[in-house]
Design a protein around this ligand. Structure first.
Ligand code: CAA
Length: 379
């Protein structure tokens, strides 16, 4: 077993760290306050190859492994989790499934533009009455000759208004339960496709989360991914990888809050010495560092299993469950280490604490991760 990162991994880490400091940090507080999508920053992330990191270079991707992707996700999430969720959705939830299951035509038409960052993608599974219970899809696609007629509403869609290409999960035969669900590529601007309200969120406020409405949208048959009835498996498999990305995001949020706390504790004086010299703070820093290290090992292991083409559903759920709990614990403690300064925007940790919470909710709540893990253990 080798815990040493390769030269390539270290180069990715350095590039992401540098980009986060020079391009994401300026304005991150304002974007959070104004709930402004980091449009220019995400565009530059595409130019640097962060939006299709694992895609084959023949489709404009970076041809990198999953470990490179989680390393980049951690670094960007230390500074701006709104920008990093956009990247995670594009890489894991959109590009991955298109590359694995799309036709050559679909890849040429859509994946090449998504992987280069020319356009953004969104993954549309959740509905007003189908969140954790993903089999209860009400969105319906009815086959009429050479196209489907799509009707329904999707909720909580990341990149909701910024995306151009949407993977939409819909029921094609309600009598078959989850085996009657299919997946379609839908383009922004098609008649009957309306971007609904933007959510006013607690955290990741720079990320644009929208509801989407589809009314009699004509979707060509050639835009279905896989066979009819493949949509639920597609969504589950895609989410297995997506959860590694969100686990890396949670890890980055925790690591960012920890690094700020460590630096602050060496500067801030109380009772005649830096607070880092007080055991009360030392114990907090020790717990933060230990939890982050354990989370990182789980995230790297899940990424490694995926790269080895071994079963990683269980490992990705463990990584997401644990890393998101660590993100919450560590950011709460980071605010505590900063005292009153931690409670104001200028010191960043209050934002990281708000951002951390979503990692326990999206791409499957912590309870869903426990379901996936316990099924893996008991099977
Ligand atoms: N990987 C692969 N296949 C899986 C799977 C997994 N993790 N989980 C279930 N499946 C398969 C099962 O093997 C089964 O297949 P077969 O019928 O061929 O045997 C099929 O899916 C149905 O499974 P279940 O009977 O277990 O289905 P269920 O209804 O009991 O529950 C669930 C499944 C795990 C709870 C699932 O509904 C789930 O994961 N829900 C959470 C959905 C979710 O994560 N939503 C997040 C939205 S996306 C998002 O947040 C994106 C964003 O913008 C940030």
């Amino acid at each position: 077993m080798n815990f040493q990162l390769t030269e390539e991994h270290l180069a990715v880490q350095e590039a992401a760290r540098e980009f986060a400091k020079s391009e994401l940090l300026p304005g991150v507080i304002e974007r959070d306050t104004e709930a402004k999508f980091p449009k220019e920053q995400v565009k530059k992330m595409g130019e640097l190859g962060f939006m299709g990191m694992m895609v084959d270079p023949k489709y404009n991707g970076g041809g990198m492994d999953t470990l490179s992707y989680v390393i980049a996700m951690e670094e960007l999430s230390k500074i701006d989790a709104s920008a990093s969720v956009s990247m995670s959705v594009n890489n894991s939830l959109v590009c991955w499934g298109l590359e694995k299951y799309g036709t050559e035509e679909q890849k040429q038409k859509y994946l090449t533009r998504l992987a280069s960052g020319e356009v953004l993608g969104a993954f549309c599974l959740s509905e007003p009455e189908a969140g954790s219970d993903a089999t209860s899809q009400k969105t319906n696609a009815e086959l009429k000759g050479d196209h489907y007629i799509l009707n329904g509403t999707k909720n909580w869609i990341t990149n909701g208004s910024s995306a151009s290409i949407y993977l939409v999960i819909a029921q094609t035969d309600a009598s078959k339960g989850h085996k009657g669900i299919s997946v379609f590529i839908v383009e922004k601007g098609w008649e009957g496709f309306v971007i609904g309200k933007k959510e006013d969120k607690l955290g990741i406020r720079g990320s644009d989360t929208h509801s989407l409405m589809f009314t009699d949208v004509k979707v060509p048959v050639e835009n279905r991914i896989g066979e009819e009835g493949f949509g639920f498996t597609f969504a589950m498999e895609t989410l297995n990888g997506g959860r590694i990305g969100i686990a890396a995001q949670a890890l980055g949020i925790a690591a960012g809050a920890y690094e700020l706390s460590l630096a602050y504790s060496k500067e801030r004086k109380a009772f005649g010495k830096p607070i880092s010299q007080h055991q009360a703070i030392q114990f907090k820093l020790a717990d933060m560092a230990t939890q982050i290290e354990a989370a990182r090992l789980l995230v790297y292991k899940a990424a490694w299993l995926k790269d080895q083409e071994q079963d990683y559903a269980h490992a990705s759920a463990m990584a997401k469950l644990y890393a998101s709990e660590v993100a919450m614990n560590v950011t709460i403690e980071a605010v505590q280490v900063h005292g009153g300064y931690g409670y104001v925007k200028e010191y960043h940790v209050e934002r990281l604490m708000r951002d951390a919470k979503i990692t326990q909710i999206y791409e499957g709540t912590s309870e869903i991760q426990r379901i996936v893990i316990s099924r893996g253990i008991l099977k």
